[in-house]
Design a protein around this ligand. Structure first.
Ligand code: SF4
Ligand code: SF4
Length: 142
């Protein structure tokens, strides 16, 4: 099983900020405006992530047990840009930090053997906002 499906830690650690144009008020299929709040003149952030304690309003999870993003197809770009550690062959400091904050072990290459064994690493069945093709943009730490 994809490790993100039993985690969700990164959705409770960072301010999830993005340009207001990503809102569905501006862009079809964008981030539901009702789940956002204004951060500054140019940016929105996901409700629940503006200040500590951080927990994104869109997160449906019991951290470390089960996790899903309730707006997965419409999640902000910044969420797509956080990779899980070793999912694509390199560590992810944001993933590691988030997991450690919840007392979860950091991911290793061994956590991806299920995928390698199945030979199905083309579809990246991620439920928490990671994308193999996204550029490395760092979310703003809360
Ligand atoms: S990217 Fe890392 S911290 Fe975020 S849900 Fe996946 S395993 Fe957990
Ligand atoms: S992936 Fe979904 S639940 Fe996690 S921070 Fe982004 S919008 Fe929120």
């Amino acid at each position: 099983m994809h490790p993100c499906l039993t985690c969700g830690a990164c959705c409770t650690q960072y301010r999830v900020a993005f340009h207001w144009m990503e809102s569905d008020e501006c862009t079809g299929g964008g981030v539901p405006a009702g789940m956002t709040e204004r951060l500054d003149a140019h940016r929105l952030c996901m409700r629940g992530t503006y200040s500590a304690p951080v927990r994104c309003v869109a997160l449906d999870a019991e951290i470390g047990v089960r996790s899903r993003c309730s707006i997965h197809p419409n999640r902000p770009s910044v969420c797509r840009e956080v990779d899980a550690s070793w999912e694509f062959g390199v560590p992810s400091p944001q993933c590691d930090r988030a997991r450690l904050a919840h007392g979860l072990p950091v991911l290793t290459a061994a956590h991806w053997r299920w995928r390698d064994d199945a030979g199905n690493d083309d579809d990246h069945p991620d439920d928490n906002g990671n994308s193999p093709t996204s550029p490395p943009v760092t979310p703003i730490a809360a």
